[in-house]
Design a protein around this ligand. Sequence first.
Ligand SMILES: NC(=O)c1ccc[n+]([C@@H]2O[C@H](COP(=O)([O-])OP(=O)(O)OC[C@H]3O[C@@H](n4cnc5c(N)ncnc54)[C@H](OP(=O)(O)O)[C@@H]3O)[C@@H](O)[C@H]2O)c1
Length: 391
Amino acid sequence: MPTTRRDFLRTGTVLGGALGAGLGSQLIPDLAAAAPSAPAPARRPVERAAKPLRMLILGGTGFIGPHQVEYAQARGHTVTLFNRGRTNPGLFPNVEKLQGDRAAGDYKSLAGREFDVVIDNPTMYPRWVREAGTALKGRAKQFVFVSTLSVYAANDTPWADETAAVAKTDTPTDEDPQKRGQLYGPLKALSEQEAEKAFPGKATIIRPGLIVGPGDLTDRFTYWPVRVRKGGEILAPGTPLDTVQVIDARDLSEFIIRCAEDGVVGTYNATGPRSPLTMGEMLGAMRALVPNSDAQFVWGDVDFLAEQKVRGWSDMPVWLPPRGATAGFTRRSVRKALDKGLTFRPLADTIRDTLAFYDQQTEERKAQLRAGIAAAREQEVLTALKAKQKA
Ligand SMILES: NC(=O)c1ccc[n+]([C@@H]2O[C@H](COP(=O)([O-])OP(=O)(O)OC[C@H]3O[C@@H](n4cnc5c(N)ncnc54)[C@H](OP(=O)(O)O)[C@@H]3O)[C@@H](O)[C@H]2O)c1
């Protein structure tokens, strides 16, 4: 019998309740060992949209773009891609591809073209959005800008919605690689404003949380199923009850295409799942997919991890301390997007497909995950944790 996400959630909730809140570090007993390793359930075929649209995707060949293209085509839309032709150039041989370098402000290939909707994926630079807006003014009915949950000025309030203030910068330096990471949120916020200026009343701003699933090269979610599959004692952050939020790139892409089909405008947080998911539930769901797993989660609380200089998000990806400045980062309201049709596939599908994508990589790439604590360091921290528990 297939094990559904609802089952995982139930298992996790019972377990979480049994362990109680406010636990420090401890060994979690067998979480879901009895759950079978189920084959992926067949997905229903995608129905054609009532009205085919002409869609221009700025980008389209990286992580989320290909999922958008596949879903848009399955819905019967005509897709055109605009990029430099460098990233995965062999993808989609039958899709129209226009070339241009946004860093150089080159939009010549769009001259004279008209589209129902433009989806702008790759940028954090206000200038890029401003120039795309100028190039496409009056020649597209809707402009969808893919932003980020990182736009918010503060993340201390759990379950805040889209009305929360966005970050600002006095130095909106476009394209300064030094400032790139540091200014990601404020530049995305300014880019959102450019989209709204260029397409007043016709702009859709999508603010995704951590995007995961097949095609993800950051390994932030991937670290966990890979680590759980390896088995043994696994350092887990915080408590099993800490909330996490992720969105499968395919759910995000389908939502974006549906926003285009339904003419949905405005600003939407886009992350998942529908109801709060805890770290314990997420890891339990992963273990449930590994036959005869001997994985055991050893939870190091926030203070212990800080003492050990084990960082949330990078060493312990997906997770951030659920208090203080990051209390709200993994707890954003998605009520507005749910009302407009954001849907989620089962977490088990995301886990399975993430592992399948990882397994297709070269041995060298597989050995060098880009997120998660290094194996040797994890063992050191586990030793320190168990010594502390005994003391
Ligand atoms: N990953 C996450 O967890 C996360 C979370 C929140 C928000 N986001 C946002 O989600 C979006 C993800 O985008 P993606 O990379 O998956 O999109 P994508 O559309 O799949 O890939 C990026 C595209 O941009 C094109 N591109 C790059 N530089 C270009 C340039 N100078 N001129 C023209 N085209 C250019 C690339 O093609 P060429 O190289 O061939 O030009 C590629 O087709 C980003 O906006 C990101 O900020 C991500």
